[in-house]
Write a protein that binds this ligand. Structure first.
Ligand SMILES: [Fe+2]
Length: 458
């Protein structure tokens, strides 16, 4: 059994009539870092739960006196103990047994023959579910105060965070304040009914993917079908059993969570593929010209250091790093004869060379995940005094990330060898950067560059 972090420092109660079984479980759970308490029957377990703050109960179904199912029901019907997750263990493992366990409110039901690895997996799954619930926000919308109270109380007892609204209109106001993980809504409401509310949500990209669950007294099949076709994730007919309701919410949440995980995996994969492509593109670009070898990589690294020093967030730093690597990608469109020319360029050649930021931006437009980097690529040659290109923007008109890249680009250009001169010493480069602070380069970015004590990367 591997070490698990899900139970580290957690208090677990084992209820089993057999001392041998309990001792074995204690051994296993201690390996997870859990603190373990034992109970030999249902009443003892109930007493222990009343006495101590338990994080997880693992109980045999066959307990003398109060059996595991009854113990579970008692915990789930008490406001104080309702949030404790229960894993039921039994020799009986037919579908009917499992169903009875879930109906009693158990988080999961496992066979006594379960392997150590499977037990660990189940425990981790249950603890992750508890954690998810604790962090989940549910928006409940209903014009009936009684219904709102019932659902809110039920959800809150199970550990969910809840916000409520009395109509679709009021729900939209709530959405301006916080983004729920699930929306539960009645259909017939004044001002804006459930169907109109769902239609509105589907037009809002930031809310369209939140699972939408309907609770309605209307049990007409045609309406249910219509709502599900429109995008509702689930439909509960009133009156319903609150435990059934909570079970459905938990299921939706867990499905939603799985979807999010998959989406994240997909993005990661896409991103690593993308980074490979970028590296290849930049290498192809720099292979044409010995003098610029490693330039993009260094500009990316300097930019990131400046950005970190300025307190940019993770997404901005990411954009800056990739944007830095790509800033000169448009040079792919500049002919060799011009790019490698050792002497002075003619006016016409300069004009041609100055197309490279626009060419770069155009290349990136075709790749959706690189669109945020366009501002770095397009504006890295703009100057604070308006004398830069391609637009001649001034001051704050130039996006911050481009201004940062401008400082990094300048520093690397000064310290690298060029066809027409060899690179300056670091100190000389610092002096020149200080001289163009506030004219060519953004003053704040230059200050951050010096504060971050950036050194030449060789
Ligand atoms: Fe450039």
């Amino acid at each position: 059994m591997n070490n698990s972090s899900a139970l580290t420092g957690k208090k677990v109660l084992i209820a089993d009539v057999s001392l041998a079984v309990r001792k074995l479980m204690v051994l296993k759970l201690k390996k997870f870092g859990a603190q373990v308490l034992e109970a030999g029957n249902g009443l003892e377990a109930l007493e222990a739960v009343g006495r101590e703050e338990i994080d997880l109960l693992i109980s045999d179904v066959d307990l003398p006196g109060l059996d595991g199912l009854e113990l579970c029901r008692k915990l789930k019907s008490n406001e104080v103990t309702r949030q404790i997750p229960v894993i039921l263990v039994s020799m009986l493992d037919t579908d009917a047994d499992f169903e009875r366990g879930y109906q009693a409110g158990a988080s999961t039901y496992i066979s006594k023959n379960i392997s150590e690895n499977d037990l660990q997996e189940q425990i981790e799954r249950v603890m992750a579910q508890v954690e998810r619930q604790r962090q989940s926000l549910i928006l409940v919308v209903d014009d009936s105060i009684t219904m709102l109270k019932l659902v809110e109380t039920g959800l809150a007892r199970s550990g969910f965070n809840v916000i409520t609204a009395k109509s679709g209109r009021e729900a939209i106001d709530r959405l301006q304040e916080s983004k729920p993980d699930i929306i539960v809504s009645d259909l017939d409401m004044p001002e804006m009914n459930g169907q109109e509310f769902l239609s509105w949500l589907l037009t809002q990209p930031q809310f369209a993917k939140i699972p939408f669950m309907i609770m309605s007294a209307n049990s007409e099949k045609s309406i249910m079908k219509k709502m599900v076709q429109q995008g509702a994730a689930s439909y509960m007919v009133k009156p319903f059993n609150i435990d059934q309701f909570i079970f459905t919410v938990e299921r939706l949440l867990s499905e939603q969570f799985q979807l999010l995980l998959k989406e994240r995996e997909r993005l990661e994969l896409e991103r690593s593929g993308l980074l490979g492509t970028i590296t290849a593109l930049v290498q192809a670009l720099e292979a044409r010209d010995n003098y610029t070898s490693g330039h993009s990589k260094r500009v990316a690294a300097y930019s990131r250091q400046i950005g970190e020093h300025m307190g940019l967030d993770h997404d901005q730093l990411d954009t800056l790093l990739i944007g830095g690597k790509l800033h000169d990608i448009g040079k792919i469109g500049v002919p060799d004869a011009l790019l490698l020319k050792p002497g002075k360029l003619s006016d016409e050649e300069i004009a041609q060379f100055r197309f490279h930021p626009s060419i770069g931006a155009e290349i990136l437009t075709a790749i959706p995940s690189l669109i945020p980097m366009i501002e770095v690529v397009l504006y890295h040659h703009e100057r604070i005094d308006g004398l830069g290109y391609p637009r001649g923007l001034t001051g704050d008109q130039i996006p911050l990330l481009a201004r940062i890249c401008g400082v990094a680009d300048c520093f690397d250009a000064l310290t690298s060898d060029r066809p027409y001169r060899s690179g300056f010493e670091q100190e000389k480069a610092y002096e020149i950067i200080q001289e163009v602070r506030g004219t060519q380069l953004c003053a704040n970015c230059v200050d951050a560059f010096f504060d971050a004590k950036i050194q030449v990367i060789r």
